[in-house]
Write a protein that binds this ligand. Structure first.
Ligand code: UT7
Length: 341
């Protein structure tokens, strides 16, 4: 197939105009493990209840990966679904950026396992930013497209948190689930204005001083440690509400947009109470908030693309609509992306 170069795609700039390359969301896909574990199922093994989990988090169930449903397996399924949704072949993929905190191997990068499985070329790498991973990956993909390094980029979030949870710890084990979500981005010429289709902006933040309020205690470099997720929930909650409120204001201000310009809020699905506080700040009706937490729980870097795949599958997304994505996770890391469909 004869593909245009990045230069071919650039429109001829009018005098005073600002020709830009935009990363346009061309396809969305997701994969959820077949096994579903309800709150009642968990209440049989730890001291908890469906009522407590629903009331404090909004979670009703989670999908849990079986042995064959590895990080790479789920990522490949989600990526293939995103390509099919875009009507794209693997030959169109120039780069794969995969966000995960639970890769199958220290290396090669899970992104390259996916590349091989799809029969794609180009380059790829994994990215570690915990629950903000998809926003970080989207931002990197936007950068490689804007600089002409790639024209077709797969951005994937894939997580098997079930393998890093302490299943005796009710403070954490009820919160997370497994799954993968992906989007396929295509380079397209834009005018530099907010009416362009594609990623309009991304904003990334991190504060490493807060690393001890949400972490996994171990990895390949420390095999003597358990490798379990530890969270000081109340503190993370407090930071999430503050930082994400700042992040949504920052995204809108940077684009000169008012709150009512947002068609869909697509939040990281960690806790419905956090989502509610951001929704109220934006003054959005609940129907304009993409919510999958009840069915998926918190799937970390996969949560935003999985939520997108769900609402897309319901046929609710329309060309021209403005999506505001936001997430906060271990690191701490947080950020936002504004995307016009
Ligand atoms: O995705 C990355 C970002 N993560 C987040 O954004 C998560 C942020 N944090 C949260 O979502 C919430 O803090 C949690 C859902 C984790 C916890 O909710 P909380 O309202 O902050 O509860 P808490 O931790 O203060 O616990 C309240 C009570 C405690 O009992 P006492 O000490 O008051 O007697 C806990 O022991 O609830 C108890 N508790 C539970 N009870 C039943 C904690 N977990 C459970 C449970 N079932 N699963």
């Amino acid at each position: 197939m004869d593909l245009p170069t990045a230069q071919d795609l650039l429109p001829r700039a009018d005098p005073g105009g600002r020709a830009v390359l935009r990363a346009v969301l061309a396809g969305i896909g997701g994969y959820l493990p077949e096994t579903v574990v309800s709150n009642d199922d968990l209440a049989r093994t730890v001291e908890t209840s469906d009522a407590w989990i629903r009331e404090r988090t909004g979670i009703g169930q989670r999908h849990i990966a079986q042995k064959h449903e590895s990080c790479a397996f789920m990522a490949t399924r989600a990526a293939a679904a995103a390509l099919a949704d875009a009507g794209a072949e693997a030959a169109e993929v120039d780069a794969i950026i995969l966000a995960t905190a639970t890769p199958d191997e220290a290396f090669p990068a899970t992104a390259l396992r996916v590349q091989a499985a799809l029969g794609a070329g180009g380059f790829g790498f994994d990215l570690s930013a915990a629950c903000s991973g998809f926003i970080y990956a989207l931002s990197m993909a936007d950068a490689v497209i804007r600089t002409g390094q790639a024209r077709g980029v797969l951005v994937i979030g894939s997580e098997v948190y079930s393998r890093i949870l302490n299943w005796q710890d009710r403070n954490t084990c009820v919160l997370f689930g497994d799954g993968a979500g992906a989007v396929f981005l295509r380079a397209a010429p834009g005018t530099g204005l907010g009416s362009d289709r594609g990623i309009l902006s991304t904003h990334l933040h991190a504060d490493g001083r807060l690393g001890d309020i949400l972490y996994v205690d171990g990895a390949v470099g420390q095999p003597e440690r358990s490798g379990h997720l530890v969270m000081h929930g109340k503190e993370v909650f407090r930071h999430a509400v503050h930082r994400l409120s700042e992040a949504v204001d920052e995204a809108l201000a940077a684009n000169g947009l008012e709150r009512d310009a947002v068609d869909w809020l697509v939040p990281h699905q960690a806790n419905m109470r956090i989502v509610e506080s951001i929704r109220k700040r934006l003054g959005l009706p609940l129907e304009r908030v993409v919510r999958s937490i009840e069915r998926h729980a918190n799937t970390s870097a996969a949560s935003i693309p999985l939520a997108l795949a769900e609402v897309h599958g319901q046929g609710k997304l329309r060309p021209g609509q403005l999506l505001l994505l936001e997430a906060l996770g271990g690191g701490l890391t947080w950020g936002s992306a504004l995307v016009r469909l």
